[in-house]
Design a protein around this ligand. Structure first.
Ligand SMILES: [Zn+2]
Length: 460
């Protein structure tokens, strides 16, 4: 009995020591602890491997999406957090179907190419569609044509992303219009379909998909994206033979909205349990790949932030939530629902950060907040210099946390090396083997360190 008492007293002593010693640490020392802990654990990296192995192609409206949310909840249930729950969200229900094929036809010769349908797009008739092709370098060129020139043809939007521009997000933004509105605008000219160059500067054989704008079927046309290698081939062949035909068939469907779930884990705040800091990513991925960088990695990093705090014994003053949003890729239903519930439940959200730019080497953060808040946060940047993660600049937070802006939440995004992100983005090439463990660990540590500072000092 005496031995047990001594043991218990000893344990209590150790525990209070670790709490006390944590409080005595300088910010610099605590940030060091956070990075050390992140770098010593493979947990989030191996969890990401599991997620991508067992729940690939997890669009929010697919059963795989729901299974992924349940598994993620289970991962957090096993961490002894204060609260773990699934949050229902209504999302768009689009199904790819099982028919996707495309080929170039010159005289009697057929050359198969890699294509895939766009999310929210409509299908061809059974048997596919076949027509002559008019190539243009992006949406801007459409106005140079008359309706007669386009009617009955396939418009081939072939604006490339410039591989020399290292700001790949800017390049993506410059070219993405052809995917978002290309099908609708081409329909206005009487086109029968559109073929869209994949939004990547890599020259590869993967079609990179994405959503297109939703309209009633009469106002759009069946559309596919084509792998860049095959877009170049089609373009070259058109120069030789403008009369060639393109053929494609899809059987995707738009169904009534359905239900899916955000997965949420929380460490409840010791001083302000009703004030929240959110760290998140989106759990859904496109249905043509495992979604490692986009955005399984960001999700596992978000859970990792909670694990780091638990492991080093940091008890946050505010409640900290890891939120794995659903449906970023198609209709952003998960992000909207989370913000709506926060508003309904009067949950004050003092800060939200998202990791959804790929889990490559972290460089710093972007901020979407008032100048006063940004100024306060910038003062902490020197703490991130030893890790070379000290770029603090204005910019978007993230698609999923975006709706929290309406309830006054300052937003931030983890800024990562963008060079190769679009090589993988929305394609079968977004695989686990492109993940660098150290980058993922350091990104999680950087977010944990920033959250620690916001938690300690507040942003008011
Ligand atoms: Zn994403």
């Amino acid at each position: 009995m005496k031995k047990i008492t001594i043991l218990l007293v000893g344990l209590l002593f150790l525990f209070s020591c670790s709490q006390d010693s944590l409080q005595k640490l300088s910010d610099k020392e605590l940030v060091t602890q956070i990075f050390k802990e992140a770098q010593s654990s493979n947990k989030s990296y191996t969890d990401l491997k599991y997620l991508t192995d067992y729940f690939p192609k997890r669009l929010a409206c697919y059963p795989q999406g729901i299974e992924a949310a349940k598994w993620t909840k289970e991962v957090m249930d096993n961490m002894n957090l204060d609260r773990v729950f699934l949050q229902e969200a209504q999302v768009v229900n689009w199904k790819r179907g099982d028919v996707e094929n495309g080929f170039i036809k010159v005289n009697d010769k057929i050359i198969k190419v890699n294509i895939c349908a766009l999310g929210r797009g409509i299908a061809t008739e059974k048997g596919g569609l076949e027509a002559r092709v008019i190539e243009m370098n992006g949406l801007e060129e459409l106005k140079n044509y008359s309706r007669e020139q386009i009617e009955g043809k396939i418009v081939f939007f072939n604006k490339p992303m410039n591989p020399d521009n290292k700001n790949t997000f800017q390049e993506y933004g410059n070219a993405a219009g052809q995917r978002f509105t290309g099908p609708i605008l081409a329909a206005e000219y009487g086109a029968v379909g559109t073929v869209i160059r994949s939004l990547t500067s890599a020259i590869d054989t993967f079609p990179h998909t994405g959503t297109t704008r939703k309209v009633v079927p009469q106002e759009t046309v069946p559309s596919v994206c084509i792998a860049t290698k095959h877009a170049n081939l089609l373009s070259n062949m058109l120069k030789e033979n403008p009369e060639l035909k393109f053929h494609f068939e899809t059987n995707c469907r738009n169904l009534p909205d359905t239900i899916t779930y955000n997965a949420i884990g929380e460490i409840t705040g010791s001083e302000f349990p009703d004030k929240f800091i959110v760290v998140g990513g989106h759990l859904d991925s496109w249905d043509n790949g495992p979604g490692a960088h986009d955005d399984g990695g960001g999700c596992m990093q978000s859970i990792e932030v909670l694990r780091i705090f638990q492991k080093i014994g940091y008890k946050p003053r505010h409640s900290i939530r890891a939120v794995m949003y659903m449906d970023e890729e198609i209709s952003q239903g998960g992000g909207r629902e989370y913000a709506e519930q926060a508003r309904k439940n009067n949950e004050k959200h003092i800060f939200a950060i998202e990791s959804d730019r790929g889990v490559t080497k972290p460089l710093g953060f972007t901020f979407d907040a008032s100048p006063e808040v940004v100024q306060k946060i910038r003062a902490w940047s020197s703490l991130f210099e030893p890790y070379d993660i000290a770029v603090f600049k204005n910019g978007g937070g993230g698609v999923d946390i975006g709706p929290l802006k309406d309830i006054g939440t300052p937003l931030s995004g983890l800024l990562t090396d963008p060079e190769h992100y679009f090589d993988w983005h929305h394609s079968g090439n977004d695989t686990f083997d492109h993940i660098v463990r150290e980058d993922m660990q350091n990104g999680a540590a950087a977010m944990a360190a920033l959250i620690y500072l916001v938690d300690k000092y507040g942003l008011e």
